[in-house]
Ligand binder design. Structure first.
Ligand code: NAP
Length: 208
């Protein structure tokens, strides 16, 4: 699949690595062109300008939440594109969220690009888990919670997640990002605040 990663930071690097390994046609665009170039070269992907980025069918938005809308707007028209929102709207100390309850980062981003299909996914996966791979050992595979109002876009993102080794949990409509973003907040608290480290991930258990 033709996928562009927006952002060459912690999450962007993990996506470029794993998507390329899984055989996708991977492009990366970043604010710092040289950094994007280096990341692309490291994994055999292609660094592209913001305008070239929109040529992909799937765009993985791996910027901070405050940069998300400007980064998408810089790409031009996004009609029909699948935008994977991995952001968490974190406070400066990473211990709280700046939006929630009646909206979410994902819904605010979707409002800004109404002709794109926004899918919330991967926001509960630490960058180190993404980079190292979804298998935690002992038969445990990290799930990606996928929420969207667009069924085909959700299916596409689920296929991408599975292609790089993750399990998928269908998490309903995009407004359920209001739950997924606090879930990521808890994950961050457990990883950093409670000292469990970042080789952890939330998962759902079923009895029987
Ligand atoms: N880190 C995690 O474990 C983790 C886990 C789940 C979700 N998330 C979420 O994923 C997002 C990215 O996190 P991160 O840790 O990867 O952050 P990061 O390392 O700071 O990377 C953010 C990237 O976004 C780029 N960027 C900013 N504005 C841009 C623009 N207009 N166009 C293109 N690229 C732009 C930055 O470019 P420059 O390098 O040029 O500044 C940087 O490469 C955040 O919203 C975070 O909440 C993170």
């Amino acid at each position: 699949m033709k996928v562009t990663v927006i952002g060459s930071g912690n999450m962007g690097s993990g996506f470029v690595k794993q998507l390329k390994k899984a055989g996708h046609d991977v492009r990366v665009t970043g604010r710092n062109a040289e950094k994007a170039q280096q990341l692309a070269a490291q994994h055999g992907a292609r660094a592209v300008s913001a305008t070239e980025a929109a040529a992909s069918d799937v765009l993985i938005l791996a910027t901070g939440y405050d940069d998300a809308v400007p980064a998408l707007k810089a790409l031009g028209a996004l009609d029909g594109k699948v935008v994977v929102d991995v952001t968490n709207p974190l406070t400066a100390d990473y211990m709280g969220l700046t939006v929630g309850h009646t909206t979410s980062a994902a819904e605010e981003i979707a409002k800004a690009v109404p002709n794109a299909h926004v899918v919330k996914a991967f926001n509960t996966v630490f960058a180190s888990v993404l980079a190292e791979g979804a298998s935690l050992g002992g038969g445990k595979t990290v799930p990606v919670f996928v929420a969207s109002d667009d069924a085909p876009a959700k299916a596409t993102v689920s296929e991408i997640a599975r292609s790089i080794g993750f399990d998928v949990v269908g998490a309903g409509a995009l407004k359920n990002a209001r739950y997924l973003e606090p879930l990521a907040g808890l994950n961050i608290y457990l990883g950093y605040g409670a000292g469990l480290g970042t080789n952890i991930a939330p998962a759902w258990l079923r009895q029987g």
